[in-house]
Ligand binder design. Structure first.
Ligand code: SAM
Ligand code: SF4
Length: 475
């Protein structure tokens, strides 16, 4: 795969203007309360904010305004997505890597980790363990290596869909891998990929250059920045963006994510990213950069950035990963998060090993939340949310522009909540511990009561079908 020549041109100008972002952030300092409240009013109507407005939110220091912002983030999340939280698991397929990203445990020169790529049989074993715990949605993760080309990734997607144990099956496979070219993405589209996810890591050009050696393929900022444009061109219209927080100033990165969103909307007829991820850097074995990064984001700032993203891009799914501790996850969840991973293991072959009682030491980074899926589900129920394993949007064609038109009109919960109830009921019947079953049934009953009588009847009829043994019911 060759990098497109235009991205090799030193004069190529992309849509991230570092100076302009800093000008906007500086101009937004010490905002008036009235200005901020006007922006809150706009956000309340669930319109995507402009960079100047987001910059002002990023500069809020006043405690009352911060509390108002957190409350508004909660409200927007509930109005757009309802109180449902989608669960998924990451599955690391291979950790060979040609690149030397300074912050990553998989970096090529890191001799302290064992390099491994799952065979198709081993991949099947991992998927079986995940299915037996109740997962229905996976994100497959790969280093960047010639062995992990589009044909290989497509083969792994097909293998995952084909692996079924008992009542288990994986119904949506998302991918986090190095950017591909258009023919490569087409192969993944044909294999039935859900979302393709690429994190820009940092939107700040100079920092990007410092952290990604020039000779590496990942050293080309623009090839990565436009990586999801190529996916769209190939027909993959659910795109996941993200920044690795802790590489550069967090306020700048939020602005970068917003500009990326605006770029998609302008280029693809209003279709923004399907999801935004905001991982924070974690320490990794023999990766000195991760020990005390200069731009490390505090828990307080982390909360702010999640709420500001929720207000700025109200219709986009937001993913909070198990990199974060259980405590942080509980605090941040209500501020706008719509998807979390749980029961995650990020060693290559980590699920099967863990199932056999082994805990791998040499991973890409350290996870903060090691709860099982069952525990995480129970805790989410206690927070008043309804866990979901729904994959209906993608399978009903509610992706890309169709998804956006629904999400932007806040109608997504008309589909999402009933589908959350159905898929959660399956989980409770097939996989949950007795304790989780009790907590879960309570949440289902409470959630059903929020619908009118006609809808309640439809939902209850379908729940009866599930209790009678039918599976994979959605609307
Ligand atoms: N190799 C592909 C790439 O770089 O795009 C995809 C897989 S990479 C393993 C997935 C993501 O892990 C990266 O995009 C990066 O944001 C994240 N990551 C790398 N090092 C990390 C660390 N020390 N802590 C937290 N996340 C990290
Ligand atoms: Fe390789 Fe991705 Fe890690 Fe960079 S972030 S070293 S490309 S696995």
């Amino acid at each position: 795969m060759e990098i497109d020549k235009k991205y090799l041109d030193p004069n190529f100008k992309d849509f991230i203007d570092d100076d302009k972002i800093w000008e906007q952030l500086n101009a937004a300092k010490n905002p008036e309360k009235s200005e901020i409240r006007a922006i809150f009013d706009k956000a309340r109507s669930k319109v995507r904010l402009e960079p100047e407005e987001t910059a002002k939110l990023l500069q809020i220091e006043d405690e009352d305004l911060l509390q108002e912002m957190f409350a508004l983030a909660r409200q927007i999340k509930e109005e757009v997505y309802g109180e449902r939280i989608v669960f998924f698991a990451p599955l690391y397929v291979g950790n060979k890597c040609r690149n030397n990203c300074l912050y990553c445990g998989f970096r090529h020169d890191n001799k302290s980790i064992d390099r491994k790529t799952l065979t198709m049989d081993e991949l099947g074993e991992e998927v079986e363990v995940l299915e037996k715990s109740g997962h229905k949605r996976l994100i497959l993760v790969y280093g960047e290596d010639d062995n992990y080309d589009a044909d290989f990734i497509a083969k792994t997607i097909k293998k995952v869909y084909a692996t079924k144990v008992g009542r288990g099956e994986i119904r949506r496979v998302n991918i986090n891998a190095a950017p591909l070219d258009v023919p490569g993405y087409k192969k993944l589209h044909e294999a039935g990929i859900g979302t393709f996810q690429i994190f820009q890591e940092t939107y700040h050009h100079d920092t990007y250059r410092k952290l990604h050696p020039a000779g590496d393929r990942k050293g080309n900022y623009a090839w990565r920045l436009y990586g999801l444009d190529r996916a769209m061109e190939a027909g993959i219209d659910d795109l996941g963006i993200g920044a690795l927080f802790g590489l550069y100033d967090w306020k700048f990165e939020v602005m970068g994510l917003l500009y990326h969103t605006i770029h998609f909307e302008k280029t693809f007829d209003g279709v923004g990213p399907h999801t935004i991820s905001f991982p924070r850097i974690e320490s990794a074995l023999d990766v000195p950069f991760t020990l005390n990064p200069k731009y490390k984001v505090s828990d307080d700032d982390f909360k702010k950035l999640v709420a500001i993203l929720r207000l700025s891009v109200p219709y986009t799914g937001m993913i909070l990963t198990a990199r974060e501790s259980t405590k942080v996850r509980e605090e941040v969840l209500p501020l706008g998060v719509s998807q979390v991973d749980a029961g995650s293991r990020i060693g290559i072959g980590g699920y099967a090993e863990y199932d056999r009682g082994l805990i791998p030491e040499k991973e890409q980074f350290q996870l903060g939340d090691m709860r099982s899926l069952d525990e995480a589900i129970r805790d989410v129920c206690k927070q008043g949310c309804i866990p979901s394993f729904c994959t209906a949007d993608y399978r009903c064609g509610r992706t890309g522009s169709h998804f956006m038109s629904i999400a932007k009109k806040s109608l997504i919960h008309n589909f999402c909540i009933p589908n959350a109830i159905f898929t959660f009921k399956e989980y409770l019947l097939d996989y949950a511990s007795p304790e989780t079953k009790t907590a879960g049934e309570e949440v289902i009953n409470k959630t059903i009561k929020k619908f009118d009588a006609a809808k309640q009847k439809i939902i209850k009829d379908k729940l009866q079908l599930i209790s009678d043994g039918k599976r994979d019911i959605y609307i």
